[in-house]
Design a binder for this molecule. Structure first.
Ligand SMILES: [Zn+2]
Length: 509
């Protein structure tokens, strides 16, 4: 056992600490777990006096904070975060707990925090505290997703901070298949220690600790006995989580068969719960015990700031978003400002639009949430004359788990546009939507007269019509007939020597 572990450490040190990370280290210290254990014991005492009965599903808000480097790089892919949230909800469904995104992703730019979100301890990054405290929101579970989480044994997967009451996840574990990490860290958030509490970072090893195992764990707490006589206080304090002295560490499968004896000399292996979310058997986790669930429920009941009245529309989306422009490699009129247009999806309350150089959206994706309309512009993220990909996902509050993502390619043009005309103080283009029988009023207030060309483009970027206009000093109203336009969406582009104003309009019958 010892030899295996040493070799394991040596290989990891030589090549990558990720090997340990993938093996399932969470970054919570024994001291931090003793804090949550204390809270769990308090909740248990309180719950004994008042039986809480939950009626139906409780919807719990989560605020995701996505860290990125100062140049915008090294951030997690947003769609993976959503997929992880959906997988998380499957893990908590039998407890009538479901999580939803309180607000859109909070993008946090800091190379320093992205590389090290630890506050205190051996890997302290003092700068992280000022950033993260500033970003934390009330009334939600705060989850920070960072590139790295340095730990005592290389990178850790994630941790819950009892001091700051937030979770940190490493972006490499953000995926639906890897959701057991978040399920586990939320277990800590809701007061669950590791079932092997006290053996953290030092798995039982016959050569080091002896067999039978010692009465006290290396970290201090009592070693849990097979006969259950100390289960209410030893290790994690739960009686239905059986003795576990960190057997999952470096164990290769989901059936522990080691020869460990508890301090009374009783064989331990047959009781080990490899499937417990709070154990370290990587890839084996699928359940909480009833006592763990009771502790989660009691802690959630005590956290009234997380209680909401959300009653989400869970009807699945029956359609995907049809992308209008740009699609199938179409070239955009400008490259520095690119507008994206799609058809509304029945039931969607917002959309997530993502852009990247790679069709896998794994290079350096940019994203925007769009909560009104079905058009969005991205500015300053493109190079000219390059192929990009964009995709759109419909969302509903509390329900981000249905609605397929659709994706297409486009090519940026070579022309730079300026969003504003510098002489223009104010402008309105109305009505919008407009019936073909009406005239469009282009009302511009300017501090200097200028000549302009008013171009009308369809969503494929083709120019439909072109009109010359002069806007005098003060306020000028120019009427533009749309009787020659068929039903649909158009871009009105007012172009002068000093810049461009663009506006999307909808023409109806
Ligand atoms: Zn943990």
């Amino acid at each position: 056992m010892k030899k295996t572990l040493l070799i394991f450490f040596a290989i990891s040190a030589l090549f990558s600490f990720d090997a340990i990370a993938q093996n399932g280290f969470c970054g919570m210290t024994i001291e931090e777990q003793l804090v949550i254990k204390e809270r769990m014991m308090q909740n248990r005492a309180n719950a004994a006096n008042s039986v809480q009965v939950r009626t139906g599903v409780m919807w719990v808000p989560i605020q995701f904070h996505i860290l990125e480097d100062n140049d915008g790089g090294n951030r997690v892919d947003a769609i993976k975060v959503i997929e992880m949230l959906c997988a998380l909800n499957e893990d908590y469904l039998d407890q009538d707990i479901q999580f939803y995104m309180k607000d859109e992703f909070n993008m946090v730019q800091s190379t320093s925090v992205n590389a090290n979100p630890n506050i205190g301890g051996a890997n302290n990054n003092p700068f992280a505290q000022s950033v993260m405290v500033g970003e934390k929101v009330l009334g939600a579970i705060n989850i920070f997703i960072t590139k790295d989480i340095p730990g005592d044994f290389g990178q850790t997967l994630g941790f819950y901070s009892p001091t700051f009451d937030w979770l940190v996840l490493r972006r490499s574990v953000v995926s639906a298949p890897g959701v057991e990490t978040l399920t586990h860290e939320l277990g800590h958030f809701f007061t669950l220690p590791h079932p092997f509490l006290g053996w953290d970072g030092e798995p039982w090893d016959e050569d080091i600790h002896g067999n039978p195992a010692p009465i006290n764990s290396p970290g201090g707490p009592k070693t849990e006995l097979v006969n259950g006589s100390n289960c209410t206080f030893a290790a994690d304090g739960f009686c239905d989580t059986k003795p576990n002295y960190l057997f999952g560490f470096s164990w290769a499968n989901c059936n522990y068969t080691g020869n460990c004896l508890d301090p009374n000399g009783v064989e331990v292996a047959s009781g080990v719960q490899e499937a417990n979310y709070m154990a370290y058997f990587t890839g084996c986790a699928s359940e909480f015990t009833p006592e763990q669930k009771a502790a989660i429920a009691a802690d959630l009941d005590s956290r009234t700031s997380l209680h909401t009245t959300l009653d989400p529309d869970l009807t699945p989306f029956t359609e995907t978003a049809t992308q209008n422009f740009p699609i199938d490699g179409e070239e955009t009129p400008l490259y520095n400002i690119v507008g994206f247009d799609w058809e509304p999806v029945a039931g969607a309350t917002s959309y997530l639009v993502e852009i990247d150089r790679q069709p896998t959206f794994s290079f350096d994706p940019s994203l925007k949430f769009v909560s009104s309309g079905t058009y969005v512009e991205f500015e300053g993220v493109f190079d000219p004359n390059k192929t990009y990909y964009w995709r759109v996902k419909p969302l509903k509050e509390g329900n981000v788990c249905t609605g397929d993502v659709v994706s297409t390619s486009f090519k940026t043009g070579t022309v730079t546009g300026v969003r504003e005309i510098k002489e223009v103080l104010n402008y309105t283009i109305s009505p919008n939507p407009i019936s073909a029988k009406e005239s469009l009023n282009i009302n511009i207030e300017t501090n200097q007269a200028f000549d302009a060309v008013i171009n009308v483009y369809n969503l494929s970027g083709q120019k439909i019509k072109e009109v010359n206009a002069t806007f005098g000093h003060g306020t000028t109203n120019h009427q533009l007939s749309v009787s020659d336009l068929s039903e649909g969406m158009y871009i009105i582009s007012i172009e002068s020597e000093n810049g461009v104003l663009t506006e999307k309009i909808v023409v109806t019958r």
